[in-house]
Design a protein around this ligand. Structure first.
Ligand SMILES: Nc1ncnc2c1ncn2[C@@H]1O[C@H](COP(=O)(O)OP(=O)(O)O)[C@@H](O)[C@H]1O
Ligand SMILES: [Mg+2]
Length: 261
């Protein structure tokens, strides 16, 4: 479980987070929405320990992560997978190298372990077929073709899948997606949304998704928090969003309606 208590963060005189309280129970899909520049990425970076809050606490599975020694923090971080904004693949690395980099950095060198983890996650995201369905020989064939591809050989949707595969390495309990569909065409966006939803179900992983796309929220989230001016103007079940009377929420929903028509 993730518990965020009274989180404050400023940059210079600019207040970005003004006392955020948010609890993310295990196994749910939580969307954090809000307009560009409102502080969504800053919030997520505070949750995973990439930024230090000015005030407040982030408690992951009972541990206050900003009080931890480096070594303990790294241990907690192993519970997290991130899918960064854009795909953030290393252009000069192959698909295989991009996927296993986290394990490699943790000191894993056994090629058997690295390969079996890479094929497991690439199968999970649908870039490799299920070996039980196609047979071992066909599977190995596909794997040989995929492993040495470079990011520039892949479509935007495939790059995103590689980014998700990389986040799943090491079986994290939590996966964070920062604007996973921004910059993708509508069809690819829908595929990515479906992937996020199916992974959440298949792996019972807790998913936290930053987005400004209300279409995605309605389709995949159980809970949603709307951030604006450093505060949460809504925090609750997705179905309750339309009952909100908060003017900021109404404005957001209004814009969404305009987009639908
Ligand atoms: N490391 C930083 N130093 C200074 N300002 C920052 C830093 N990171 C983010 N900001 C500012 O904080 C605000 C929120 O940014 P961000 O969380 O990236 O927005 P978004 O909701 O689009 O993800 C922006 O005004 C941004 O310029
Ligand atoms: Mg952002």
């Amino acid at each position: 479980m993730i518990e965020i208590k009274n989180l404050h963060k400023s940059f210079g005189t600019k207040k970005v987070l003004n006392g955020i309280n948010l609890t993310i129970p295990d196994g749910v899909t939580y969307c954090i929405i809000g307009r560009s520049g409102c502080g969504k990425s800053v919030l997520i970076k505070n949750i995973v320990g990439l930024l230090e809050p000015d005030e407040g606490e982030v408690i992951i599975d009972g541990y206050n992560i900003h009080n931890l020694e480096r070594k303990e923090l790294f241990k907690i971080r192993e519970k997290f997978g991130f899918v960064f904004q854009g795909s953030a693949l290393f252009d000069s690395y192959t698909v295989y190298e991009n996927v296993i980099i986290g394990l490699y950095e943790r000191g894993v060198r056994d090629p058997k372990i690295l390969q079996s983890e890479a094929t497991r996650v690439l199968t999970a995201v649908g870039l490799l077929p299920d070996p039980e369905e196609v047979g071992e020989a066909a599977f190995q064939n596909e794997w040989k073709i995929l492993r040495d591809k470079m990011p520039s050989d892949l479509s935007g949707g495939m790059r995103k899948r590689v980014g998700v595969a990389r986040a799943l390495v090491g079986k994290p309990s939590y996966i964070f997606y920062d604007e996973p569909t921004t910059g993708l065409d509508p069809i690819t966006s829908e595929q990515v949304d479906n992937l996020i939803a199916s992974l959440a179900k298949k792996l019972s992983i807790t998913s936290v998704i930053i987005t400004h796309d209300l279409f995605s929220v309605v389709k995949i989230a159980n809970y949603v928090a709307l951030l604006e001016d450093g505060n949460l103007h809504f925090n609750g079940e997705v179905g309750q969003l339309r009952h909100s009377t908060d003017p900021i929420v109404l404005e957001f929903l209004e814009r969404y309606k305009t987009k639908v028509v």
